[in-house]
Ligand binder design. Structure first.
Ligand code: RFL
Ligand code: PHB
Length: 394
């Protein structure tokens, strides 16, 4: 088979890889995306739902705002319902002037595939055994197996957008890569149901455990429950899920939850993970390939988008002018934002969840932290600013 050639080989066709390919194309830079799964599989995954104002603006700027603005649900922040306390609102509009948007990752991925198809973008799906080669030379290349044949793609740069379980990060020698990891002793059980959502995004903190009410569209709701890390969706028939959900939210909220059969149910372990640096020679990592945050802060997809913004700018500069200023800054710049998101996600996770081994002292600390948040406009402004997302670096 003839080797193909492109400017940027992108490993992974999730939101990070597809968005990078889309932005590069708009900037006149060629890329090929290699995705291990089928397109149907990628589109079936139910994940993120909340976009920061900066992500919303980025998607609009690159021509992907049409359906999001028609179908997404803009909102001014999120509520925290703490057992035995009045409901509290993280008001992003009041403190930052910024709105958030509920718009599912599945819909974004559909929009991205449609845009890549319309532009004639090349996506090799069901690409097996992807391997990265000669990353420290000026002539890197990648190989994969497709329909029984080995394909080689020569390129100028490789973007590792293949998620937490991908191969790109493992192509960086252990002597170069430093990783940081902290797991939580619990997970989230999530369901989708074709019911009218609770009107506000609401984080519920309860002695039985955490619960979250979110939405995808006027007739599609997303709910989560804190569960054991090893919990299996089969252990949670819908009746048990709804009963437990209602037990963890305030009575007047429980009465307004519209229940119905779930159409998807899955368990996610909660962890923080960061790999540094996000660059090795001509390989650049972006999104979950380099970092994972617990979903409590709704930051994962937003970080994938900010990495892609920084990386697309860097690759565009390098391909157009030969200058490497932004490529050389990429890892440090991306990691500053990543660590900020890791910190606020960890903080919110620790605030809102009850660990199985929590001591009475730790419980009092959480309670006091919440009371301070409710009483202090300074604390509220700080959380609202971080929840809405800090500005991108120039
Ligand atoms: P993805 O989405 O994992 O995509 C990576 C792609 O790479 C492919 N791949 C390979 N391809 C070729 N060769 C290989 N060897 C490969 N190995 C893997 C995979 O098949 C896949 O298609 O990573 P990406 O693009 O970096 O996107 C990251 C986001 O998906 C993730 O951060 C968010 O979903 C996290 N997240 C949330 N983020 C938010 O910003 N707001 C939220 O509200 C939010 N909620 C969530 C979430 C994640 C959750 N789960 C399930 C982890 C809620 C949940 C429950
Ligand atoms: C979601 O809608 O899936 C969602 C919302 C807020 C979060 C996490 C996930 O913090």
């Amino acid at each position: 088979m003839m080797p193909a050639r492109t400017q940027v080989a992108i490993i992974g066709g999730g939101p990070a890889g597809l968005l990078l390919s889309h932005i590069l194309d708009r900037n006149g830079i060629a890329s090929i995306v290699l995705e291990r799964q089928s397109r149907a599989h990628v589109l079936e995954r139910i994940r993120a739902g909340v976009l920061e104002a900066g992500t919303v603006e980025l998607l609009r700027d690159v021509g992907l705002g049409g359906r999001m603005d028609r179908e997404g649900h803009p909102h001014d922040g999120a509520a925290i319902a703490w057992e035995g306390r009045p409901r509290f609102f993280i008001d992003t509009r009041k403190f930052t002037g910024k709105m958030m948007m509920a718009y599912g990752q599945t819909a974004i991925t559909e929009d991205l595939y449609a845009a890549r198809d319309a532009a004639g973008g090349e996506i090799i799906d069901e690409a097996g055994n992807v391997q990265l080669h000669e990353l420290n030379s000026s002539k890197p290349y990648v190989t994969c197996e497709k329909e029984g044949a080995t394909q080689r793609i020569d390129c100028d740069y490789v973007a590792g957008c293949d998620g937490f379980h991908g191969v790109s990060r493992t192509a960086i020698p252990a002597s170069v890569l430093k990783t940081y990891e902290k797991s939580c002793p619990f997970g989230w059980l999530g369901i989708l149901s074709e019911t009218q959502p609770f009107p506000d995004l609401c984080y519920c903190c309860h002695s039985r455990g955490f619960a979250l009410a979110s939405m995808r569209s006027p007739m599609l709701s997303r709910y989560y429950l804190q569960c054991d890390r090893e919990a299996k969706p089969e252990e949670w028939p819908d009746d048990r899920f709804w009963q437990e959900f209602k037990a963890r939210c305030p009575k007047e909220m429980a009465e307004r939850i519209v229940t119905g059969p779930s159409i998807e149910k899955s368990v996610t372990p909660l962890r923080s993970f960061v790999a540094e640096p996000m660059r090795y020679g001509r390989l650049f990592l972006a999104g979950d390939a380099a970092h994972i945050v617990p979903p409590t802060g709704a930051k994962g997809l937003n970080l994938a988008a900010s990495d892609v913004l920084y990386l697309s700018r860097a690759l565009t500069e390098a391909c157009r002018t030969g200058r490497n200023h932004y490529l050389d800054c990429y890892s440090d710049m991306a990691l500053r934002r990543v660590w900020g998101a890791v910190r606020v996600s960890w903080w919110l996770t620790m605030l809102l969840h009850r660990s199985p081994d929590e001591t009475p002292f730790e419980e009092k600390m959480r309670l006091s932290q919440f009371d301070y948040l409710r009483a202090s406009e300074h604390a509220q402004a700080s959380l609202a600013e971080q929840y809405a997302g800090l500005p991108f670096e120039a």
